[in-house]
Every structure is written in structure tokens, then in C-alpha cells.
Design a protein around this ligand. Structure first.
Ligand code: HEC
Length: 144
């Protein structure tokens, strides 16, 4: 019995990270799930790299995963925060799984590493994340 439980638990991360674009906008994680990672690089590796690729170049296959590398939309802070918190179409939202500190850490990392933004402006604060979370931002929309 204990061995079976251990096996089941060992298989859980694979289930959670399994990428099935056909799954649509269903929540991919239970609301009780919280990620332990705290640093931007660790969070990126655990949560984003599977779709956007470790080098941020995105991918095209069963679905289209936009490149974050050189993506000018990363500079639109409310938009980028909105994507991470709420998701959009095939992009899952992480608002329920991440604290504002974690959201700020991963987005600051992505903007500095892939967005070509200097460290002074790449930083996103937990307060900015909290604002978007509460829906207080003017508009998450970005010019297409
Ligand atoms: C399950 C795959 C998947 C994961 C995991 C994922 N994304 Fe995405 N992401 C997408 C897709 C698909 C889109 C395009 C969504 C759309 O159609 O608007 C996207 C869009 C984005 C955009 C907007 C890009 C643009 O040009 O408009 C940002 C920013 C982004 N993702 C950041 C992240 C970050 C940061 C993480 C990790 C916390 C992450 N994504 C995790 C699939 C994913």
C-alpha cells in the first residue's frame, strides 16, 4: 500500500506538467497547488520553459507557443502580468498557484533575460502584480 502511494506521488509532477493543448482553458492545476520555487530562473524552468522553451524561443507543433526572446510585448507590464496571472487561450494562468512575489520574480527574470530590458526597468514588483490581480489596471490589452 505504501509503495503504491509512493509510486502515485512520484507520477504526480509528470501529470501536472503534461502538456496537452487540446485540453483548452480548463485549470491545469488544483487550486490548492502552490509552487515552491522562489527565484525567477527556477520558476521559469519549472513553469514556463516547457512551452516557451528554455531559451525563450517558443515552439510550433501541436500548438503555437510565442517566443519570449526579443518579444516587445514583455515591456507592457500590465499585459505581461495579466498573461502570467490569468492566461489567455492556450496559455494557462498561474494566479492561483503563485504569490505576487513569485509572479514578480519570474516576470522580472523573463524581461531581463529575453526582453532585452536593462535590469533597472526589467524589474516587476509584487505590488504591480497585486494590482493586476485585483483588476485595478487600466487595461491588459496591448496593441496588436
Ligand atoms: C501550456 C503552455 C504554456 C505555459 C506553461 C506558459 N505559456 Fe506563456 N503562452 C503560451 C501560449 C500558447 C501563449 C499565446 C496565448 C495567446 O494565444 O494569446 C502564451 C503567451 C505568453 C505571453 C504573451 C506573449 C505575446 O506575444 O503576447 C507571455 C508574456 C507569456 N506567455 C509568458 C509566460 C510565462 C512567464 C510563463 C511561466 C510562468 C508561461 N508563459 C507559461 C503557452 C504557455
Amino acid at each position: 500500500m505504501k509503495a503504491a502511494l509512493t509510486l502515485l506521488l512520484a507520477a504526480l509532477p509528470a501529470l501536472v506538467l503534461a502538456d496537452d493543448p487540446a485540453q483548452g482553458p480548463e485549470p491545469r492545476f488544483s487550486s490548492g497547488w502552490r509552487f515552491e520555487q522562489r527565484s525567477g530562473p527556477a520558476l521559469y524552468g519549472a513553469l514556463c520553459a516547457a512551452c516557451h522553451m528554455p531559451d525563450g524561443r517558443g515552439a510550433r507543433g501541436a500548438g503555437a507557443y510565442p517566443a519570449l526572446q526579443g518579444n516587445p510585448r514583455l515591456a507592457a507590464t500590465p499585459y505581461a502580468l495579466h498573461m502570467v496571472l490569468n492566461g489567455h487561450r492556450a496559455m494557462p494562468g498561474f494566479g492561483r498557484q503563485l504569490s505576487d512575489e513569485q509572479v514578480a520574480a519570474v516576470l522580472s527574470h523573463v524581461r531581463a533575460r529575453f526582453g532585452g530590458m536593462p535590469p533597472e526597468t526589467a524589474g516587476v514588483t509584487p505590488a504591480e502584480s497585486a494590482e493586476v490581480r485585483k483588476g485595478q489596471q487600466a487595461s491588459p490589452a496591448v496593441a496588436h
